[in-house]
Design a protein around this ligand. Structure first.
Ligand code: SF4
Length: 375
């Protein structure tokens, strides 16, 4: 493999028990350029994941080249998914990254099956495909090529500025299949952003990536997800954020309020209690009984942000009645939301779409959980 020649790489002998049980496990490695992060390389048997039939998400197939994410967002919805390998949803999620080193080859095998219908495939729905590890493993070029060569539409949602590396390749892919790019940018206070998304590129760098993608000819959506109650939901913050998004060249904005499922809630509560204990009582009132902000909060947020989105010209695109085409196919999916910004259980079109984990499950039944007393 391409990194075998790197003398700085150290193979770890003390393999984690959950990983050691995997018959697809290859090795665990550390390297100085990723201090504190361990990569666990596995051999994927297949690359395409089918979303459950009862899922509310507006896509059927996903690809996740990595599990865990060094972007380390405190609020990350995917954290509990790490527990299946006896890794914790906190620092292990940030620092123990599973890498499917052969994913492009596995994907080509999946796509070559006669049963493959070339349905839309979404990347970035669980963990970020352009997290820092991608700079080392370079899995995305092979994935993009495999999808494009097979005639499969794709969408990418990321916080990673590394996507700029692949813009020429994505332009090439877009000549044969629909390609959607969406950037996740939710926090426009630099100190807060560094504190709560410590491993991510800065907001300015992500906005510059929006500009680069727009200049490359893509209709770029920005996902303001999540909006953090009492931290990023003030009208001034929202107005300033939307102004910068528009100025960067994005065509639309989708948003949703913070969702704190069990496993994430504990991690977020720890951050809040450390950095903003003054807000703890207010969060207790919002999330004390469950995972979702209550309806009254989401309604008030919608009343605040929607006029601003409209004023900045960032409303979601609508289907052209003449051609049936979408300026940004992701927007077709986004239009399937109700007045509170949640998914309706309808499919708008067969192709298109990018969404975050927060969105994906936003209309599942409200959960009551044991961590309700954390705030
Ligand atoms: S929210 Fe996205 S970018 Fe942040 S840690 Fe989770 S997967 Fe990574």
């Amino acid at each position: 493999m391409r990194w075998d020649s790197q003398v700085t790489t150290v193979e770890q002998a003390d393999v984690l028990p959950g990983l050691a049980r995997l018959n697809t496990f290859i090795r665990s490695v550390r390297t100085p350029e990723f201090a504190g992060v361990t990569f666990h390389e596995i051999h994927a048997k297949s690359a395409l994941n089918k979303v459950g039939v009862n899922s509310a998400v507006p896509f059927t197939w996903t690809i996740n080249p990595y599990r865990g994410c060094s972007h380390a967002c405190v609020y990350c919805f995917a954290r509990p998914s790490h527990q299946y390998l006896e890794l914790d949803a906190g620092t292990d999620f940030d620092n123990q990254v599973i890498v499917k080193t052969n994913i492009a080859e596995a994907l080509r095998a999946d796509l070559a099956k006669p049963s493959w219908q070339r349905e839309h495939v979404a990347l970035g729905t669980n963990t970020d495909p352009y997290q820092r590890a991608e700079g080392r493993y370079q899995l995305m070029p092979g994935i993009i090529d495999a999808l494009a060569d097979s005639g499969t539409p794709m969408s990418i949602l990321t916080k990673g500025t590394l996507v700029r590396r692949d813009l020429p390749r994505l332009q090439q892919a877009a000549r044969s299949v629909p390609v959607d790019i969406a950037m996740s940018i939710a926090i426009f206070d630099d100190d807060l952003q560094q504190s709560i998304e410590p491993g991510t590129p800065s907001t300015a760098a992500r906005l510059a990536t929006v500009t680069a993608a727009a200049e490359a000819g893509f209709s770029v959506a920005v996902f303001m997800m999540p909006v953090l109650p009492y931290l990023t939901d003030a009208p001034e913050h929202l107005d300033q954020a939307l102004g910068r998004i528009k100025e960067a060249g994005a065509t639309s904005v989708t948003y949703t309020a913070l969702h704190l499922r069990p496993g994430v809630k504990e991690w977020y509560a720890r951050w809040l209690n450390t950095h903003r204990p003054d807000l703890t009582p207010r969060y207790r009132r919002l999330y004390g009984d469950g995972s979702y902000a209550p309806k009254h909060y989401r309604r008030e947020l919608a009343e605040r942000i929607r006029p601003l989105i409209r004023a900045h010209g960032l409303e979601r695109a609508v289907e052209d009645p003449q051609t049936g085409s979408m300026g940004q196919t992701a927007q077709a999916r986004a239009n399937a939301r109700d007045d509170n910004g949640e998914w309706r259980r309808t499919r708008v079109r067969d192709s298109g779409l990018a969404a975050t984990r927060q969105d994906a499950r936003a209309n599942l039944a409200l959960e009551r959980d044991e961590s309700a007393t954390l705030f």
